[in-house]
Ligand binder design. Structure first.
Ligand code: SIN
Length: 308
């Protein structure tokens, strides 16, 4: 049992030491160093960049975002300035002592390796491999539905970089456990579960899909039960830690993910809706939950719902 003064959210996992268990989800506010700095200053344990490609991409045309019942749909199409450009932003953040996770994607093994090398050399503390954007399937290497490809890409990135590699998985698969196991076999240091759920909205008056891309990825509260189930299933199948992602907007959501088996959580839609304060609120709420329930460390909570 720990006293409140001794309780800590510090976590050592996947070769990293993080001061708290929260991060922003890739794609939310991750497009520039000043916004990532604010994420970190607000209490996140690490700042996660927007997913970066080998070269810049304009993304899809508008409308790219729409609010729906229980969440938000986006089909941005991975707009980003490219690894080369963003490497300078990573260097700037590292000069300020900020823990940076660089999210990236590519189309070929060679591009995956080159991007991993460039982002590592820029000083990223960890890499997050985005194999799971539902909005560009078929265009770039979003192979999260194919276990063999996930293993191959993960192994290529691990061979190109000595940084911890998180693999961000998709809930849009028949069996996410099989994919998580493949990532672990490829050498992944952690699993991020999950990216968004493929969905759509139709405007009854215009009689047309709302998003220019027709379909998009659902995030926010409606995604939470799905991602929570994914974390629960993956926890029993792999040894590496899991980062829960999907619908975290308060400390209670974070605790639910910890109990399901996550060691940390990423926060996306709630940052966009409620601002940067959410990181501090979640951190404080988890500490208070620990005190109330006589937990001495967060590790005691992780996977707790699996135990008798
Ligand atoms: C997008 O840019 O379309 C969303 C990014 C993602 O889901 O990975």
């Amino acid at each position: 049992m720990g006293k409140l003064t001794e309780l800590s959210l510090v976590v050592e996992f996947a070769g990293l030491r993080l001061r708290s268990r929260t991060m922003n989800a890739s794609g939310v506010l991750g497009m520039s160093a000043p916004l990532l700095r604010r994420v970190y200053e607000s209490g996140a344990g690490a700042a996660v960049t927007k997913s970066l490609g080998p070269t810049g991409r304009p993304g899809h045309s508008n409308p790219t975002v729409v609010e729906v019942e229980g969440g938000v749909l986006n089909a941005m199409g991975l707009p980003n300035p490219g690894v080369g450009y963003f490497a300078d932003e990573v260097r700037e953040l590292k000069r300020e002592g900020i823990t940076v996770v660089s999210s990236f994607f590519a189309s070929t093994l060679k591009e995956f390796s080159e991007s991993a090398r460039a982002l590592s050399e820029a000083g990223s503390d960890a890499l997050e491999l985005n194999l799971s954007c539902p909005n560009v399937e078929g265009e770039v290497g979003m192979c999260a539905a194919d276990a063999a490809s996930v293993e191959r890409v993960t192994a290529a990135v691990k061979a190109a970089s000595d940084k911890p590699v998180f693999v961000k998985l998709s809930p849009n698969v028949t069996d996410i456990v099989q994919i998580a196991v493949a990532a672990e076999k490829g050498g992944a240091d952690a699993i991020t579960a999950t990216n968004t759920l493929k969905a759509m909205a139709i405007d009854a008056d215009f009689r047309r899909p709302v998003l220019a891309n027709v379909t998009g990825g659902l995030s926010g509260p409606a995604l939470k039960p799905v991602s929570l189930r994914c974390v629960w299933e993956i926890f029993d199948a792999v040894e590496i830690p899991i980062i829960g992602c999907g619908g975290v907007s308060g400390w209670r959501d974070a605790v639910e993910y910890l109990l399901a088996g996550a060691s940390a959580v990423q926060i996306g839609a709630a940052v966009r809706d409620g601002g940067f304060e959410v990181f501090g609120e979640v951190n404080a709420g988890v500490l208070e939950y620990m005190r109330r329930n006589s937990y001495g460390s967060v590790a005691e909570i992780v996977g707790g719902a699996h135990r008798e």
